[in-house]
Ligand binder design. Structure first.
Ligand code: FCB
Length: 446
């Protein structure tokens, strides 16, 4: 047996997002979001599922905080539903929305759990989508005002803020691949959306500093890592493009104030460019206090002819989780090394990492050994990164509990806690007890 030890002040946590757990979609003045619309559109979400009830955390938040407390985590990453605060996206504030999050955050604090608040985890108010959503620069102003409302209201309570969850998903997955709300398939639109989200991020950081808010602010891009299949330079170049399209496009501008040329040159050849206006790139490059990294998967790739990026993934036999994603723990280490090498020693939180498995219910519990194995393998790589000097401060496991997995509905489970979506009963899985021990002692056995 060997021990893998984490720094004493390492922050162990768990993560969720509003639309995936809250439910109460039409209560206390909440407005509609693009996810209500999308999940209400036939054929968009598996089985016609939606987040109307989800885990009902809006009503069961006390029980959820109890689960967190017993888990022993120091931090909880959750998101705020913008349409609860501004049902129309801007204008009139809904006091009941603020009240809910105050009750909830107070409860976390009373239990010694630090709130890490994501301001945008995909549930754009539908009223703003009706005006063009993130394609429309006016959405940037509405977002920054919403953020300011949150900063002022929660001053002294919430000290870690995340502007956006996964800009790649907000832009590419939702506007080019059509898999998430609002469900378009238009590359120029996706570039517009991605750019405006990054500008909104920068403007929000500026506002945060101007208001002198106590605390830290960052953003949580998702990452994947592709290694070249062979030593051929064209395979390496194809993977560089794939990594730039997925990772660099949303991270390089934060630190260098420019899009990665390897991707932007390629897009330009095909006639696409992000809609950059004077001053935008400076705005995006505001110093942030930490970088959140979401990581689940990656793989091996090479030059391909059919794909617009000139890339193709090669199946070299990775094991997969039950959502079909390659299990590639070393990709996490590669991502972290790349960030350190390119952008320096910015403090990093792993804001999401976790595994989807159809859990096996057995006598006396839920046996999810595969989930434990996945997390263990990723923690080992994370530890290697820390040992080699990458400045990782904490790990927010996805997810505290099974929830509405976007286009997959309730068919995919990521939780440490099992949720029965008929009775809403919560049951701790084996992985919950396993992670509880790590949160307590700060090391794991391998
Ligand atoms: C990420 C999302 C999160 C969850 C996990 C599995 O892309 O941020 O909400 O769905 O994937």
């Amino acid at each position: 047996m060997a021990l893998v030890q984490f720094p004493k002040d390492f922050v162990w946590g768990a993560a969720t997002a509003a639309y995936q757990i809250e439910g109460a979609h039409n209560e206390d003045g909440r407005g509609m979001s693009i996810w209500d619309t999308f999940s209400g559109t036939p054929g968009k979400v598996y089985n016609g599922d939606n987040g109307n009830i989800a885990c009902d955390s809006y009503h069961r938040y006390e029980e959820d905080v109890e689960l967190l407390k017993d888990l022993g985590v120091r931090a909880y990453r959750f998101s705020v539903a913008w349409p609860r605060i501004y049902p129309q996206g801007r204008g009139e504030i809904n006091p009941k929305g603020l009240e809910f999050y105050h009750k909830f955050v107070d409860r976390l604090l009373a239990n010694g759990i630090e709130p890490m608040c994501t301001l945008y985890h995909w549930d754009l108010p539908q009223a703003l989508q009706d005006e063009g959503g993130w394609d429309n620069r006016a959405t940037i102003d509405a977002y920054v005002d919403y953020a300011e409302t949150m900063f002022r209201s929660f001053a002294g309570k919430i000290k870690k803020w995340i502007t956006f969850n996964e800009p790649w998903c907000i832009s590419i997955l939702s506007n080019l691949l059509g898999e998430h709300a609002p469900g378009y398939r238009d590359f120029q639109l996706a570039l517009n959306v991605g750019h405006h989200v990054l500008v909104a991020h920068g403007e929000t950081v500026k506002r945060f500093r101007a208001l002198g808010v106590e605390g830290e602010i960052g953003i949580a891009p998702n990452t994947e890592w592709f290694e070249p299949y062979s030593a051929k330079p064209e395979d390496a170049a194809a993977c560089d493009r794939r990594n730039a399209y997925f990772n660099g496009w949303f991270i390089e501008p934060l630190f260098k104030g420019e899009y990665p040329a390897i991707a932007s040159d390629w897009y330009k050849k095909a006639g696409f460019e992000p809609p950059v206006r004077n001053g935008d790139m400076e705005t995006i490059r505001q110093p942030i206090d930490f970088l959140g990294i979401n990581y689940y998967t990656g793989g091996v790739g090479r030059k391909g002819d059919d794909d617009p990026l000139g890339f193709e993934a090669v199946d070299v036999g990775f094991d997969k989780t039950d959502i079909g994603w390659n299990i590639y723990p070393q990709g996490l280490l590669n991502v972290l090394n790349w960030i350190r090498n390119e952008y320096g020693g910015i403090p990093i939180y792993i804001t999401e990492n976790g595994a989807c498995y159809d859990d096996v219910k057995a006598e006396g519990g839920i046996r999810d050994a595969k989930r434990i194995d996945y997390i263990k393998k990723h923690l080992i790589q994370l530890n290697r990164a820390i040992e080699s000097g990458v400045n990782v401060k904490g790990y927010m496991l996805w997810s505290l509990m099974d929830n509405f997995e976007w286009a997959w509905g309730y068919s995919k489970r990521f939780g440490l806690v099992h949720v029965d979506f008929r009775t809403l009963e919560r049951t701790k899985k084996d992985s919950y007890y396993w992670y509880k021990k790590i949160a307590e002692v700060g090391w794991l056995e391998v």
